[in-house]
Write a protein that binds this ligand. Structure first.
Ligand SMILES: [Cu+2]
Length: 151
């Protein structure tokens, strides 16, 4: 009986261990003005084991992509990437001017103070996927954060 219990708890432990522990800090979305169809979402992600952010979904936008900013010649451009590496235990920043979640085809303007639900899909090294639900706060465009993204 004792042995069976031990076995069961081991199984529980192993199945829990198959997934990375993913922590999302300070998720926020840049507020939009009327007619603006796209914006960016930002946050800091830490995964306990090596994993990859492969997809982000949101009911607030028709299209959601993971973007990176990169220099092309002298011009800073953004482009969609198939995924974002999350090294074990190392915080990955999504911030204005760097990696961001691009939200396009917005259903309605996003007003400062509101929240936007985001679902992050994280894939572990074993290809197992888990979802992480996040509520991002809508914030005004800061004076220092530069121009709104163009698409
Ligand atoms: Cu973008």
């Amino acid at each position: 009986m004792k042995r069976l219990f031990f076995l069961l708890s081991m199984l529980t432990f192993l199945s829990a261990g198959a997934y990375a522990q993913v922590t999302v800090k300070d998720p926020w979305v840049r507020a939009t003005v009327a007619q603006q169809m796209a914006t960016g979402a930002f946050m800091q992600i830490v995964s306990s084991s090596e994993a990859r952010l492969v997809e982000v979904r949101s009911d607030a936008a028709g299209v959601v992509e993971i973007h990176e900013m990169a220099m092309e010649g002298n011009v800073m451009k953004m482009r969609a990437v198939p995924g974002l590496e999350l090294p074990a235990g190392k915080p990955v920043d999504l911030k204005p001017g760097g990696y961001h979640v691009m939200m396009m085809d917005l259903k309605q303007p996003l007003k400062a103070g509101g929240t936007v639900p985001l679902t992050l899909v994280v894939e572990g090294k074993d290809k197992k996927r888990q979802t992480v639900e996040v509520k991002a706060t809508v914030r005004e465009l800061g004076a220092a954060s530069g121009a709104a993204p163009k698409h």
